[in-house]
Every structure is written in C-alpha cells, then in structure tokens.
Ligand binder design. Structure first.
Ligand SMILES: Cc1cc2nc3c(=O)[nH]c(=O)nc-3n(C[C@H](O)[C@H](O)[C@H](O)COP(=O)(O)O)c2cc1C
Length: 340
C-alpha cells in the first residue's frame, strides 16, 4: 500500500512530501518530475504569476543511482521569491477562509488560506509523478483531457485559449469538466467485500480531494440514472472500467467537475470578521480557470491510487518482482477475457 503526506504553506519557504511503500528499482530522472510540475504550472487558464515560479523539486531520500531504493521518498519544492501576505480578517467567498477561521478560532484569514491554497497540489503532482512512472513502466497508460470549459465542449486548444482570454477580459472565471482515462489496467484491482475496498470510492476520495473539484463520476456516471436497464447494460463502456469496485479489464474513465475559480479581479462582496463591515474581496492575480491544471493533478491523484491498488494486489518490494507477478496475472486473465 502507498501512503503519502504533504506539508508546507503557499508563501512558506518549502513544500515537502513523503511517499511510503514505493518499490525499489524504478528509474526516474529529475527532469521527469520537473516536466510533470511544468504541465500543472503552465496549464492554460493560469495567471501570469505562474511563469515566475520554478517548481524545482529536490529528492531528499529514497533514490540511489537514479532509481528508487524502497525507502520512503522525501521531496522538497522551494518556493521562489514569495513575500508572506499581510494578515487579513476579510474572508474570500468560496474559499476555505470563513469555515477555516471559525474552525481554528482565528481572525487572520491568511493563516487558513496559506495551507488551503492549491499551491499544495504541486507537491501532490511531484509525489504522483513516481506513481505515474511506475504505471508507465508496467505499460499502464494514463491520460487526461479537458472535456468542457464553462458550459461548452472544448473543441480545439485555440478555442479554449480564446474563451479563457475573453473571460479574463470580462473579469470573469470559468469552471469545466476534465476526464482521466487509464488503459491496460489488469482486471481485479480493488474489491467489493467492504465499502472502502471499492476502487471507485478510493479514486473518488482522491479526485474530490483536489481543490475546486465538486463532482466525480465513473463511466456513464450521472447520465446512467436516466437510462433504462436495457440501454445501460448494452453499452459496456458505460461501466467506465469498474464493476462493483473492481477493474474489469476495460479502460477506466473518470470525470470531474471543477467549479469556476472564486477569486475575481472585480472583487466579491464579503464581511470583515473584525469590523463586520461589508467589503469587496479582490483577487488581482487569480487564475482564470483551474480546470486544465486540475486535469494534470487528477492524473497524478489517480496514479497514486492505482499504483497503491496494484501493490496491494500483487505485492512486490521491487519493480522486477511486481512485473513478474503482473505479467503472470495478465497472461492468466487474458486467456479468459479474450474469449468473452
Ligand atoms: C491548480 C488550481 C489553481 C487554483 N487557482 C485559484 C486561484 O488562482 N484563485 C482562486 O480563487 N481559486 C483557485 N483555485 C480554486 C481554489 O483552490 C478552490 O476554489 C478553493 O480551494 C475552494 O474550493 P473547494 O470548495 O472545492 O475546496 C485553484 C484550484 C486549483 C486546483
């Protein structure tokens, strides 16, 4: 089983993370991790402030001679040139600020938002890049795409860029839906004997754990509710690769709805918790949309869960051991699945 934790604040000196339970023998270059971080940081819809961040990730432990050793992997990302913000008692609507201030008994919203910020997802991507690399070496292909931006489907990159530019000029922000697909997963990952063995519940928890993600579906998802049983069972792709919490040998399809970024350049009305006066909470440096970046984070969040499920089923302290067992399983189950 894989376990991971992150720590660090948005304007703190570092983000840190630890990944435990990862097998030995997985070769991973520092450039591989940087490339994943760059995909998140420079995704369409992000604000200009992202271009000045570097997201250089240091591997502090768990690597030897360019490959994992089986020891816990500790990572560090230094935040570049960030001044800590001045304390504020004005909560930003749609953010962690108000419930977080009540929860921790503070009149300083900055104390809450520093940790609640989506900056933390940089570390989730760095940790997830190890899982992504492991899946890649086991010939499991994971991809993401943005299906819709605002109320309309995304047709081309140019169309999306134009709509993001228009929203930014109008002082607005956009939500959207992203999809993660995974091919060549072995059948039988996950389980049904307890609710938390179900792979769908684990993937849902992981993807709903991404800031701003408000909806999650597997395969046909919400649309399935409107179909008759004949139509629903006639189309095998509607299962999205999971039956009763287990992979069924077909491609896995997950979708997430991302809300529009709540930070608006024109401001949103809020109440100062010190004075109880109404004031505008203005976000000049906010992203226009988080959906493209969230898609990248979603790939890594899913990869961490899937790598964990693979290790639970097949065990293996090293990559060769895991691969041997997986190859044998693929051969045995393939004999049956190919005849269906
Ligand atoms: C990569 C990423 C970047 C984000 N950037 C911003 C931003 O610049 N401004 C903002 O107001 N919200 C941003 N968000 C969304 C907030 O983090 C999110 O709305 C907030 O955590 C509360 O959402 P929740 O209710 O889903 O937890 C971003 C989210 C992600 C995943």
């Amino acid at each position: 089983m894989l376990r991971y934790l992150t720590a660090g604040e948005s304007h703190g000196e570092y983000l840190s993370g630890v990944l435990e339970g990862f097998p030995s023998g997985v070769r991973i270059a520092p450039e591989y991790i940087s490339a994943q971080l760059r995909r998140r940081r420079l995704a369409p819809g992000r604000s200009a402030r992202q271009a000045i961040e570097t997201d250089r990730c240091e591997v502090l432990s768990g690597l030897g001679g360019g490959a994992t050793t089986g020891a816990p992997i500790a990572l560090l990302i230094k935040n570049s040139g960030r001044r800590p913000p001045t304390p504020s008692s004005l909560p930003r609507p749609g953010h962690a600020d108000l419930p977080g201030m009540l929860k921790y008994g503070t009149l300083n919203a900055v104390q809450v938002r520093e940790r609640a910020s989506a900056r933390e997802t940089a570390m989730r991507v760095a940790l997830g890049s190890f899982a992504l690399r492991l899946l890649e070496l086991l010939e499991v292909k994971i991809r993401s795409r943005v299906v819709s931006l605002g109320s309309r489907p995304v047709t081309t990159a140019k169309d999306a860029a134009d709509r993001l530019l228009r929203a930014r000029r109008d002082g607005d922000t956009l939500g959207g839906v992203f999809e993660v697909t995974v091919e060549n997963l072995p059948a039988g990952l996950g389980g049904f004997a307890q609710w938390d063995h179900r792979l769908g519940s684990r993937l849902g928890a992981s993807l709903l754990g991404i800031n701003g993600v408000k909806g999650f579906e597997v395969g046909g998802g919400f649309a399935l509710a409107a179909l008759g049983g004949r139509a629903a069972s006639g189309d095998l792709s509607l299962s999205g690769g999971l039956d009763a919490g287990m992979t069924n040998g077909r491609a896995l399809t997950l979708r997430c709805a991302v809300k529009p970024v709540p930070g608006l350049p024109g401001g949103a009305l809020s109440t100062d918790l010190r004075t109880f006066r109404k004031e505008l909470s203005v976000s000049k440096t906010s992203d226009t949309s988080a959906v493209f970046a969230a898609a990248v984070i979603g790939e890594h969040a899913a990869a961490l869960e899937l790598a964990s499920a693979l290790l639970e089923k097949f065990g293996g302290d090293s990559l060769p051991e895991l691969r041997r067992r997986l190859d044998e399983w693929r051969k045995d189950t393939g004999k049956i699945l190919r005849r269906l």
